[in-house]
Design a protein around this ligand. Structure first.
Ligand SMILES: Cc1cc2nc3c(=O)[nH]c(=O)nc-3n(C[C@H](O)[C@H](O)[C@H](O)COP(=O)(O)OP(=O)(O)OC[C@H]3O[C@@H](n4cnc5c(N)ncnc54)[C@H](O)[C@@H]3O)c2cc1C
Length: 401
């Protein structure tokens, strides 16, 4: 492959939350960057909330602020959560996190995917990022100095580095020959908006049931016409066959089962939206760099949603890359040298693998009704909940601190 003079510094493939943030961060550091995205996100509409919501950790709120989108997201709709309550259906203690006890105003924010995608896409217009959309990558060639991407429409892009941010079924990852370890949880995550008879008190709730965890995430006032404090977004993890049964129920029957499954902690629950079920899997790449191709976000790691960390981990891949670039600049070194890329990759692989396996272990211990697991988890939550240093350490880890 010959190296062209008009070659870009980096090309990011995939304009989801992780890819767009990566492109914005690199462009902000003065690099020449292109972003290739298959289809632009639809414009966000306040009266049509996105069923996929994220629980954002404070470090990632700061990152979104750094790329200039947080103020506009917060102004449109972001719900802070100041407390978390985690308990087990089989009894035992309750794990409690309180912003006050951590010396913070909030523990994080609940934000709709569609709103964030909309604001990130808008930010591209003034960022200097060359956006190719709609466009799909169909072939990739690389040598020791750069990468050439062939697009389906006949165009091609050359860059010093290619970053695969094209999601869990990444084409770029496959074209570059990355190995992936996969595990099917045989569970589905049912998501929907609901109204609760009692207010959420800016609290993220999670109840562990034998089939999987059930989370209620507090939503901003007025979502789908709900009164102040009474809208929540649910993620209900259930075994695949159980998901088929729940998805087939009519509204009233589903609401009754959901109220029961949540132990009526917030009173009667009523659906505000249709429900959608996502298959759940764990997927980890063996390595994060192959030559001059990097993987980030869900292209690198898909984790169980029980801790709401998927997009948070991906944004930390992007932040780590921007930090590595800045560190290289400070000593006038090449940020794309194999050593530096390997250092970034080691850090992210370790963080993401620990997180994925920790969520796995929690899912295994809590999502079954074997006696041994049942005996273990109540006291586990109780002990952790009674030890402030343990709860603080757990929270710091989730918050990226
Ligand atoms: C039920 C459920 C609940 C979840 N809840 C949470 C939560 O509370 N908090 C959290 O942090 N995470 C959560 N997640 C995980 C989160 O959705 C993902 O981690 C996140 O969307 C990954 O973002 P990404 O940008 O890496 O990938 P994606 O969002 O998949 O974006 C990939 C982009 O690449 C584009 N693309 C694909 N192929 C090509 C190609 N060949 N050429 C060009 N473009 C291409 C796509 O169009 C897309 O825009 C949840 C997931 C599930 C299933």
């Amino acid at each position: 492959m010959s190296v062209r003079r008009d070659r870009l510094d980096a090309v990011v493939v995939g304009g989801g939350v992780v890819g767009t943030t990566t492109a914005l961060l690199l462009a902000d550091s003065g690099l020449q960057v292109a972003l290739v995205e298959a289809s632009a996100p639809p414009r966000w509409q306040a009266d049509r909330p996105d069923l996929r919501v994220y629980a954002f950790a404070p470090d990632n709120m700061a990152l979104l602020d750094r790329v200039g989108v947080w103020a506009s997201v917060a102004e449109a709709r972001a719900q802070p959560y100041r407390r978390m309550r985690i308990w087990d259906a089989a009894g035992g203690g309750e794990l409690r996190f309180d912003a006050d006890a951590m010396g913070r105003r909030e523990l994080g924010w609940i934000v709709e995917h569609g709103l964030l995608a909309d604001r990130l896409t808008a930010a591209l217009a003034t960022s200097g990022v060359r956006t190719l959309c709609p466009a799909r990558v169909e072939a990739l060639a690389q040598d020791e100095s750069g990468v050439r991407l062939q697009l389906e429409d006949g165009r091609s892009v050359e860059a010093g580095i290619a970053i695969a941010a094209d999601g869990p079924d990444s084409t770029v990852r496959a074209l570059a020959g990355f190995d992936v370890e996969r595990h099917d949880y045989a569970q589905r995550g049912i998501v929907a908006y609901v109204h609760t008879a009692r207010p959420h008190h800016e609290t993220a709730w999670q109840r562990f049931l034998p089939g999987g965890p059930l989370a209620f995430l507090p939503c901003a006032d007025g979502v789908l016409g709900a009164a102040a404090g009474q809208a929540s977004s649910i993620v209900w993890t259930v075994p695949a066959p159980e998901s088929e049964r729940l998805m087939a129920l009519d509204g009233a029957a589903f609401d009754a089962e959901l109220t029961r499954a949540f132990d009526a902690r917030l009173g009667e629950v009523r659906s505000l939206s249709p429900r959608v079920a996502f298959p759940l899997r764990r997927q980890l790449v063996e390595e994060y760099v192959r030559g001059r191709v990097l993987v980030v976000g869900d292209a690198a790691h898909v984790v169980h949603p029980l801790a709401g960390q998927g997009v948070n981990l991906g944004l930390r891949d992007a932040a780590g890359l921007a930090d590595s670039l800045r560190a290289a600049r400070e000593v006038r070194a090449d940020w794309t040298s194999p050593d530096r890329l390997a250092r970034w990759a080691r850090g992210r692989r370790s963080d993401n693998t620990i997180a994925a396996h920790a969520f796995d272990a929690i899912n295994r211990v809590f999502s079954n009704d074997r006696l041994s697991a049942t005996l273990l988890r109540g006291p586990l939550l109780g002990v952790a909940g009674r030890l402030p240093p343990v709860t603080r350490a757990l929270w710091r880890r989730a918050a990226g601190g």
